[in-house]
Design a protein around this ligand. Structure first.
Ligand SMILES: [Zn+2]
Length: 352
């Protein structure tokens, strides 16, 4: 089964975790076994080979860099220019992987169709759609033109905490004039709005001021795990009304209630790939169909084996999902939609 993963932080892993994604997953993990600077050291689940093994032929790959002011306790850069430079380094990594034939950019429908045609016979060069998680690095809206020129096709204005254009997870407040200016430029350039990480106030204001294409690349349900990082049923209904597709992340703390970081384990909390299907089913119930859900695993988003479904060793295990969906009563057609078709249909509309 061809699988689309709508959220991976590949270049962040390369540049901040110092992971060579062209190496085997075994080698990546062995090389960092002795490190303790991050909780997921030696526990990576994502490499290019594992993506190929999992028949994950198309990913949405992020650039990500936060700006922080002097009062912030979040990690980040002290000026937007530095954050921009960080994202340009990340872009350079993707470009290097294009040169080595590991990745190919997907920026329009001809490139998308060509990938779908060639992937079954040549499962080597993975398609990637370039996105930006948090817009702090867009120094001014003119930079968005440069980013678009370089291939940027989706943008989530917020990440964790307060942002320069929108407020994110654990923050409050709207998007204000700067956020609205950004959205207007995104509309002009036909950049997809990624609603993920927008706090409730910013979500409302963004929906009010943006009539372009919206998705939520990696988002679970507040109805199942109550936290402001998750969307409420009303928010999902608004997204569904706009034709959004919502990607299911596999970060354990968002999948089951009462997860304690560093203490809980996937086993002790009973987190499995089936737990993802609980969230996915909830959204399908709200929609009354299976047209609005897909995967956006975030499996390299600052966590690894210690905080993902217990029955997933590497990202290649996404191939277990079709079977699990079938056991839960999803039809063959539903399974195809969830694994790839919903994202492809969305892109066909967005890029028509
Ligand atoms: Zn995220």
């Amino acid at each position: 089964m061809f699988i689309v993963d709508a959220h991976l932080d590949l270049s962040m892993n390369a540049l901040e975790w110092n992971r060579d994604l062209r190496a085997s997953i075994k080698e990546i993990n062995e090389r960092e076994k002795h490190l303790t600077d991050k909780p997921d050291r030696g526990l990576a689940t994502v490499s290019l080979d594992e993506l190929r093994k999992g028949n994950i032929g198309l990913v949405v790959a992020t650039q990500i860099a936060r700006y922080v002011d002097r009062n912030s306790s979040l990690p980040g850069w002290n000026s937007p220019e530095q954050a921009w430079a960080q994202t340009q380094g990340q872009l350079a990594y993707y470009k290097a992987l294009e040169r080595s034939n590991d990745l190919r950019p997907i920026r329009n429908l001809p490139e998308l169709y060509s990938l779908i045609e060639t992937w079954p016979s040549d499962q080597h060069t993975i398609g990637y759609i370039l996105s930006l998680e948090g817009a702090d690095s867009i120094v001014s809206v003119e930079y968005l033109e440069i980013a678009h020129e370089a291939g940027l096709r989706a943008l989530g204005p917020a990440h964790y905490g307060p942002g320069r254009y929108a407020q994110g997870t654990n923050a409050t407040g709207g998007i204000g004039p700067k956020g609205r200016e950004l959205l207007q430029k995104m509309r002009e350039l036909n950049i997809i709005l990624d609603a993920t990480h927008l706090c409730d106030d910013s979500f409302d204001e963004a929906m009010e001021h943006f009539d372009g294409h919206v998705w939520a690349s990696h988002h679970n349900c507040r109805a199942l795990v109550d936290h402001n990082r998750q969307f409420s049923d009303a928010q999902f209904k608004e997204l569904i009304r706009r034709g959004a597709v919502i990607g299911m992340p596999l970060d354990a703390w968002m999948m089951v209630p009462n997860w304690e970081r560093g203490k809980s384990t996937p086993k002790s909390m009973g987190v499995t790939l089936n737990t993802m299907i609980d969230h996915l089913s909830h959204i399908c119930d709200l929609a009354g169909n299976t047209n609005h859900v897909g995967m956006g695993t975030d499996l390299d988003g600052g966590f690894g084996k210690e905080q993902c479904p217990n029955d997933l060793e590497t990202i290649a295990d996404l191939q277990k999902i079709p079977n699990l969906l079938a056991k839960r009563g999803f039809s063959e057609d539903d399974i195809k939609k969830i694994c790839h078709q919903n994202w492809l249909n969305f892109l066909e509309k967005a890029w028509a």
